[in-house]
Design a protein around this ligand. Structure first.
Ligand code: SF4
Length: 247
């Protein structure tokens, strides 16, 4: 049976920010939440994108294999890639058959059977965003429910014994309280298969995309992190997380 195509927003050939090594990053169109700080606001709409056959994407990745070396590969990001989990399963299996490493960069809120299959067995690596540490804070920041689902999906990956990363955007006054840092340490600090916690300092690089879409960028007046704040967070979290990376 012919596989479903993926609805692709854009492709970055030599990504170095979304997983190990050099990666082909496929950004899919459409997201189920709406983070105030989203840097790819043009990927949120479920409309638009280009329906792209999986075979075309696999061929492109195979051509890039010399650059991947031993640690690179393909990352699927978005938007929220697990909204297209049905089509991602055959895509990832075809990549693995070519010896190419797979990684999915997800907000963790999708709980369909196909999404769970990717999380628990299909993807070589999963990078989960943890958007906030309280239900109220999560819902205010991303305009949707889902923190419980994120925690459940991370637990599913942990139980699978396969590696994963967590990524946490540090927004002063919103996600950087001592209570939030302590929650991260308590909730994930003992997880055996967590390979890396990445702290992504908030910045306003995506602001112009909201403007181009004619939409309000709600964090216009939000302060960025001072070096002092980053040092405080690093000192706190590095006590628990051995593979802490502040980007
Ligand atoms: S999950 Fe990602 S793509 Fe979706 S709104 Fe948030 S930052 Fe943007």
């Amino acid at each position: 049976m012919e596989s479903k195509p993926l609805n692709v927003h854009s492709i970055e050939s030599f990504g170095t920010q979304d997983g190990p090594g050099i990666r082909m990053v496929v950004f899919l169109q459409g997201c189920n939440i709406r983070c105030k700080y989203c840097q790819n606001a043009d990927t949120i709409s479920l409309e638009g994108g280009t329906l792209t056959p999986i075979d075309d994407l696999v061929k492109r990745a195979v051509n890039m294999k010399p650059y991947f070396k031993n640690i690179g590969g393909v990352t699927v990001s978005g938007g929220e890639p697990l909204l297209q989990a049905d089509a991602l399963i055959p895509f990832f299996k075809a990549l693995n058959a070519e010896g190419i490493n797979t990684n999915v960069d997800t907000n963790g809120t999708v709980t369909t059977e196909a999404a769970k299959k990717i999380i628990s067995e299909v993807s070589d690596l999963v990078m989960f965003d943890v958007k906030h540490t309280t239900v109220e804070g999560f819902e205010a920041l991303v305009k949707a429910r889902g923190l419980k689902k994120v925690i459940e999906n991370i637990e599913l990956r942990e139980q699978s014994g396969k590696p994963y990363w967590l990524r946490y955007v540090l927004v002063p006054g919103i996600t950087d309280s001592d209570e939030s840092l302590e929650w991260l340490a308590q909730t994930f600090g003992n997880n055996k298969h967590l390979d890396r916690l990445e702290i992504l300092p908030f910045h306003k690089l995506g602001e112009h995309k909201w403007e181009m879409l004619g939409e309000k960028y709600e964090l216009q007046d939000q302060e960025e992190n001072t070096q002092e704040n980053l040092d405080r967070v690093e000192a706190y979290l590095s006590k628990t997380f051995k593979n802490l990376v502040i980007k």
